[in-house]
Design a protein around this ligand. Structure first.
Ligand code: SIN
Length: 196
């Protein structure tokens, strides 16, 4: 599946999408349970070639510059699948919503264009935009043992709240959507067992 940065989607545009059409945004982390923007409709969706991982540092939302938390990004993985929520944005709101999301996701995330597949509508594919923090971004933490990641999440909080809430909100939203993500659920168990 071809993935390109938004600079080539759909016309060359380094800032905001140059499209005049309603546009899908794909969320796989906090955008699933706290979208914070207006949308026309939302639908559970899947992307291929990416895996969700708690490998991105959060210095601005769920941690501090001196003590970052851990939040999700997507890692390229040819055999990976990631299920999340797609939101349809009205064309006339695109500038405002992407400006808002660019600010919210400013700690290392970039916009990517992707093909998604709706989970509840067979064979329906759509082009969408998503925010990914690539592995060469300044806030990337990378993998660590389950114990280390759990301890970091348990001990971190920032202006948007505790890192533990970010994890448990995500896990509970995935459960509500009947999405199984072993990485997320194992981490949730590990964090919850620290506070038992
Ligand atoms: C997303 O939710 O799609 C991006 C990562 C995040 O904000 O948690």
């Amino acid at each position: 599946m071809s993935v390109e940065t938004l600079s080539t989607f759909p016309q060359a545009c380094n800032n905001l999408p140059a499209t005049k059409e309603d546009t899908w945004v794909f969320g796989y982390g906090s955008l699933i349970w706290r979208p914070s923007f207006k949308y026309i409709e939302k639908r559970p969706a899947r992307i291929q070639g990416w895996t969700r991982r708690f490998w991105q540092g959060s210095h601005d939302h769920r941690g501090l510059p001196t003590a970052p938390g851990r939040v999700v990004t997507l890692i390229e993985d040819p055999s990976g699948l990631c299920d999340g929520m797609a939101y349809l944005l009205a064309a006339e709101t695109l500038n405002d919503v992407f400006e808002h999301l660019d600010y919210r996701e400013k700690n290392g995330y970039e916009r990517f264009a992707i093909q998604l597949q709706f989970l509840e509508i067979e064979h329906k594919a759509e082009r969408a935009v998503m925010y990914v923090a690539p592995i060469d971004n300044h806030a990337y933490l990378g993998p660590a043992s389950l114990e280390k990641m759990a301890a970091q999440i348990q001990g971190s909080s920032g202006p948007s709240g505790s890192n533990k809430d970010y994890l448990t909100e995500l896990a509970s939203a995935l459960r509500d959507m009947k999405i199984h993500d072993q990485h997320v659920f194992e981490l949730e168990d590990a964090v919850l067992s620290l506070s038992r």
